[in-house]
Ligand binder design. Structure first.
Ligand code: SR1
Ligand code: MG
Length: 401
């Protein structure tokens, strides 16, 4: 049996040749390591002569973004490949096909999506994706409903909860999203220009109370199988296609965490328009597009989730009149709170987003950071009172006035 070691590009090519029916014998294969995320190696292998190509994704035993001092379990590669297969069974058009998982190398062989681009990059280039809200709303509704106690056998769900125990990756989230931004932690990273904002976060006890409640939900609310890291860097898009990748943070948690992640990343780009829009009119137009998309994501999700509930609920007493409304309102509140947490961490925590970090003009970047923090904090503070997605839109609109 092959022992785990990080593959070289040469070894990745040799491995790709062993996959049946993909590359012709003797084909001249080329390979590039294209991983630009925080954790893994990603090899793109192609045969320029035939056009055939494939992705090999290999987990490293540590967090690449920090180094070997931060060990991480290789079991996340299993979790990712199994989550992709469940998501693929529920939304076959919205995830890459998994061809093979090789546990001893923590390696997943999957469909190459090079005809798509990473959504974060597309949004920074101010492109629009008219199908995205419908696609991701359906993805969220189907994956969350059919892995919850509403949509699957409840004893099987308990087994599935065990299958997706993911302590190392959950710990990253618990620390980097729900703790470190709110104290003077070594992992934090922010521009000196906004030190006043960071220090204000450390002493804001009313905010801490809301974050503690949301963190408690992340720790304890095993509601559905989450993607767990559903930002716009985990989504490939074209104008007509959406593919969700990278569910290595998958675990059983609160549904609103995934929905909130999508909305937060649209709003981070909204804040980033301080630096990307050429003039005030185009800034306003692109921001309108982002807010419309955010609202459509929620409304598509809600409509599809309610339709699934009405057609497929397996839990008799959950069919009691009124319970669906209570459940959906709580989902909205969680979504708004988690969206806020996901925004704050991307400005002052360890891992930032290119939508703001790569803004070339220092003044515009600072304005974008302050805006993202203002929106994030307001969302966190609003979470328990919210009754409509319009409140999220209002918070964003008021922040730019
Ligand atoms: C140490 S990993 C930092 C971040 O990258 C991932 O994409 C997750 O968002 C994680 O929090
Ligand atoms: Mg990732």
């Amino acid at each position: 049996m092959t022992q785990y070691h990080p593959l070289s590009e040469r070894e990745a090519i040799d491995f790709a040749r062993t996959i049946p029916d993909l590359f012709a014998a003797g084909a001249e294969l080329s390979c590039r390591e294209i991983g630009d995320g925080n954790l893994n190696l990603v090899f793109h292998i192609s045969d320029p002569a035939s056009g055939a190509s494939i992705i090999l994704k290999q987990a490293l035993p540590y967090a690449k973004v920090v180094g070997e001092s931060w060990p991480l379990s290789l079991d996340r590669a299993r979790i990712e490949s199994e989550a992709l297969q469940i998501e693929g069974s529920l939304c076959p058009d919205l995830v890459p096909r998994v061809y093979k998982y090789v546990p001893e190398l923590a390696l997943t062989v999957m469909e190459d999506l090079s005809d798509h681009i990473i959504m974060r990059k597309g949004l920074i280039e101010r492109r629009t994706y008219p199908e995205f809200a419908g696609h991701i709303g359906r993805f969220l509704a189907r994956t969350l409903f059919f892995t919850s106690d509403l949509g699957m056998n409840q004893q099987e769900k308990k087994e599935r909860t065990k299958q997706f125990v993911n302590p190392d990756l959950c710990k990253i989230t618990e620390d980097l999203i729900f703790d470190h931004p709110y104290t003077n932690a070594d992992t934090n990273s922010f521009d000196e220009a906004i030190r006043d904002e960071a220090e204000a976060l450390w002493s804001d006890t009313a905010l801490h109370l809301e974050v503690a409640r949301l963190r408690h939900g992340f720790l304890t609310k095993a509601q559905a199988l989450l993607h767990g890291d559903l930002h716009t860097g985990s989504i490939f898009v074209t104008e007509s296609s959406t593919k969700v990748i990278d569910p290595e943070f998958a675990y059983y948690g609160p549904m609103g965490f995934d929905i909130g992640a999508v909305l937060a990343n649209l709003l981070l780009n909204f804040a980033g328009q301080e630096g990307w829009s050429p003039d005030a009119n185009s800034r306003a137009a692109y921001r309108d597009y982002l807010l419309r998309t955010a609202k459509d994501v929620w409304t598509t999700f809600e409509a599809e989730f309610r339709a699934l509930w009405n057609a497929h609920n397996v839990d008799r007493i959950s069919g009691t009149r009124g319970f669906q409304d209570v459940y959906v309102e709580q989902l909205l509140q969680d979504t708004i709170g988690y969206a806020g947490c996901k925004m704050v961490r991307r400005v002052v925590g360890l891992a930032h987003v290119a939508d703001i970090d790569t803004i070339p003009d220092a003044g515009a970047k600072e304005r974008a950071q302050r805006l993202a923090l203002a929106i994030g904090k307001s969302l966190i503070m609003r979470n328990r009172q919210a009754t409509s997605i319009d409140e999220l839109i209002d918070i964003a609109e008021k922040a730019i006035r």
